[in-house]
Design a protein around this ligand. Structure first.
Ligand code: NAD
Length: 274
């Protein structure tokens, strides 16, 4: 299974589909990451706050795939915002991951009330200029925080990783990203596997394509142009979530899923988080 790439705004490429490791304990992360890489994933999404960077790093090594074929993302946690703290936090993440160069570093949350994301962003710009990270981006940035970041730094983030699934479609943010050439990366792309995957409308589409609801949801993301990072620790689901490149949803299917937006978040609201 080969996953196609997107080209980020500084010319580097990133797989359209990767493996998320939130809530996987450190001692299980090695096996999960290795299983995912053996199944064909080449992009792994972790974060300092997941407390599994070390296990993720062991999984990357255990899989035995050349480093240049892998795309590794981690995120700077809220407590480490600010220029100096961000530089130190990056070093600590890299030490745990066992890597020299990171592919993508993200500010995890903007925390607008704390007012430190611009200083934090300058640290990420320096890390990129120093060749320690190949691309820099943000996560959970809103229209307002994203615009301020761009206006004041002049550096457009390569991605904004935001909550996005059929029950929370974020059409306004997707349009804003497109205007700036920012890639939309969807977190909780399967809606955390809760009610969404039992939705009868998805079941009907899935049955017609002889696919699972999870595959239909991931295919919907890909056809919209989103980068996705589904998570599972079950080997059969890890493989199933990658097997989404051999079928196509019709325009009617896309419209039907487009009509499922309930505007409800599963995770925190970035305006009030922190
Ligand atoms: P997800 O939407 O990927 O759902 C994962 C859950 O769905 C699994 O735990 C499992 O219960 C179920 N599932 C997975 N595959 C399935 C299948 N084929 N069939 C049926 N059920 C299936 O949820 P997530 O883990 O919240 O999000 C994915 C990744 O996004 C995370 O691991 C993390 O890397 C990232 N993330 C980032 C942020 C952020 O603030 N930037 C927040 C949350 C998640």
């Amino acid at each position: 299974m080969t996953v196609s790439d997107v080209t980020l705004n500084n010319g580097i490429t990133m797989p359209r589909l990767g493996f998320g490791v939130w809530q996987i304990p450190d001692d299980e992360a090695e096996r999960a990451v290795r299983t995912a890489i053996e199944a064909g994933y080449r992009s792994i999404d972790t974060a300092a706050v997941y407390e599994n960077e070390a296990g993720t790093g062991r999984g990357l090594k255990a899989a035995g795939v050349p480093r240049e074929e892998l795309f590794v993302t981690t995120k700077l946690w809220n407590d480490d915002q600010g220029y100096d703290r961000a530089l130190r936090a990056f070093d600590a993440s890299m030490e745990r991951l066992g890597l020299d160069v990171l592919d993508l570093y993200l500010i995890h949350w903007p925390l607008p009330g704390h007012g430190r994301y611009l200083g934090t962003w300058r640290a990420l710009e320096k890390l990129q200029a120093d060749g320690r990270v190949r691309a820099i981006g943000v996560s959970n940035f809103t229209a307002e925080t994203l615009q301020r970041l761009i206006d004041e730094s002049g550096t457009v983030p390569a991605v904004n990783q935001i909550e996005l699934h059929p029950y929370f479609q974020q059409n306004a943010m997707r349009a804003l990203h497109a205007d700036h050439g920012i890639h939309t990366e969807a977190w909780s792309p399967l809606g955390q596997g809760r009610g969404l995957l039992e939705d009868p409308a998805l079941a009907e589409i899935a049955a017609r394509h002889d696919r699972t609801p999870a595959q239909v949801v991931l295919r919907w993301h890909l056809q919209l142009g989103n980068v996705v990072i589904p998570k599972s620790v079950t080997p059969s689901r890890i493989a199933e979530n990658l097997d989404v490149f051999g079928f196509e949803l019709s325009e009617a299917d896309m419209t039907a899923i487009g009509g499922m937006d309930a505007g409800t978040r599963l995770g925190p609201d970035p305006d009030t988080m922190g």
